[in-house]
Design a protein around this ligand. Structure first.
Ligand code: AR6
Length: 167
């Protein structure tokens, strides 16, 4: 019997590039060719082979996700997703953010070798999505996924700041 969903969800304050999990999620842009924030940190830690592999993927639309290897990262895989840019909340931002989480989980469901995964707070940095509103969407998506997927042992909400972790 697996643990109940709430026990398999962990909220951490950490640098996501240091986590020993099967997959980490990248808050990327649609080129998938790197950027600032968590995207820059992941590319620096993974080494230049990550951008080479991303070039073969050919980009990713907002709300979708793409899988690559982790290269020099402790994590075996990176799942890149492109969050919405916040434009006041009336432009489908909530649905697009939910779609990011669901698209990542669709990839996880298709990969039985992924038992643990860590997410950064997608869209809440440069893209400006309010943290409290994004957190509700993220945690609900994580708990819904864990409810339906007993084989995934750990989902980590990886916050960079202590203020984000408290939210
Ligand atoms: N580990 C965990 N979280 C981090 C780390 C880290 N090493 N570094 C930053 N964060 P952002 P977005 C947090 O701006 O809003 C890029 O240029 C950060 O504090 O990285 O989705 C892309 O290429 C924040 O809470 O992503 C895109 O152009 C969260 O990660 C654009 O930024 C997300 O902030 C995407 O913007």
């Amino acid at each position: 019997m697996s643990q109940p969903p709430g026990k398999r969800l962990q909220i951490l304050q950490a640098d996501i590039t240091t986590l020993h999990v099967d997959a980490i999620v990248n808050a990327a842009n649609s080129s998938l060719l790197g950027g600032g924030g968590v995207d820059g940190a992941i590319h620096r830690a993974a080494g230049p082979q990550l951008v080479e592999e991303c070039r073969t993927v050919g980009g990713c639309p907002t709300g979708q996700a793409r899988l690559t290897h982790g290269h020099r990262l402790p994590a075996g895989y990176v799942i890149h997703t492109v969050g919405p840019v916040w434009r006041g909340g009336g432009h489908g931002e909530d649905d697009l953010l939910l779609s990011c989480y669901r698209s990542v989980f669709a990839i996880v469901t298709a990969r039985p070798d992924i038992h643990s995964i860590a997410f950064p707070s997608i869209s809440t940095g440069v893209y400006g999505f309010p943290i409290a509103r994004a957190s509700r969407i993220a945690l609900r998506a994580m708990l819904d996924f864990l409810q339906d997927n007993a084989y995934v042992e750990k989902v980590i909400a990886c916050c960079y700041s202590s203020a984000d972790r408290r939210t």
